[in-house]
Design a protein around this ligand. Sequence first.
Ligand code: AMP
Length: 306
Amino acid sequence: MAITVVGSVAYDSVETPSGRYDRKLAGAATYFALAASFFTDVRVIAVVGEDFGPEQEAVFKARNIDTRGIEHTAGKSFFWEGSYLEDLNEAKTHNTELNVFASFDPKLPDAYRDSEFLFLANIDPVLQRRVREQMPGVKLVAGDTMNYWIKDHKPALLQMLKGLDVLLINDTETRMLGGDKNLVKASRAVMEMGPRILVVKHGEYGATLFFGSAESSGSKTFKAPAFPLEEVVDPTGAGDSFAGGFFGYLASQPELTPGTFRRAMFYGSVMGSFACERFGTERLEQLTRAKIDERFNLFRELTHLD
Ligand code: AMP
């Protein structure tokens, strides 16, 4: 089943211990769409400036991603500059320029209306909510956010969270949003804000799925490890690629059972690990489904007990 995703389509300048690059095509929706495209049809809603041309469009087209919802306008695309010099698990933001996103009014193309899955990738929560409101009948809505929006856009973020089934954020963001140093308590607080399922990402330490309410005895967790990589070249986009693998797998399945969610956590980890192996979107651009399944099977062996 098709996924519609809204989020940043951006240019990034990034420095990691392995090197640096300037103004490469990136953004939360780009990483998510590339990763999810190995599992199902993906349709993007975003806005780009005059710096986004046929070469960038081709990156989406090569993966058969629907770009009719990417609006082209005068000005510059979203720009993010960050580094991972002290900690590979946590980006340090040096500069965020919303540019064309500052005045974006997202419109759902008619061709996207039958999407049964909606992903609100990282962007202004006001924009996430506007897209959510245009798709009231979807089967499952998941979303992401980051410290930038938690710190300075909290009221809008809280409104957006009410419209989510699943939230995917990292552990620092969970503690920040939930207002508790203890991750379990913070997660519970976050789930009271709207999402009934929470995926907390721990960078190189994997991810935890929280579901069920605290009051009922049905409160449960499930943990997926991260794939042990010898070299993390660039962690940028690992979270969005995790989300793409996780949500893409869910959307490709006939039924959403607890087992489907557990396997989705593994596919999320697989896609996150691939994203880290090269700079920017490089690895995702030349990946194949066979390579993905090969790593998924290695994951199985890694975690199997007898
Ligand atoms: P992650 O998967 O968390 O590493 O996301 C990385 C991507 O998020 C980068 O390609 C950035 O362009 C994008 N990004 C960074 N800051 C923001 C922001 N405040 N809103 C939306 N997207 C952002």
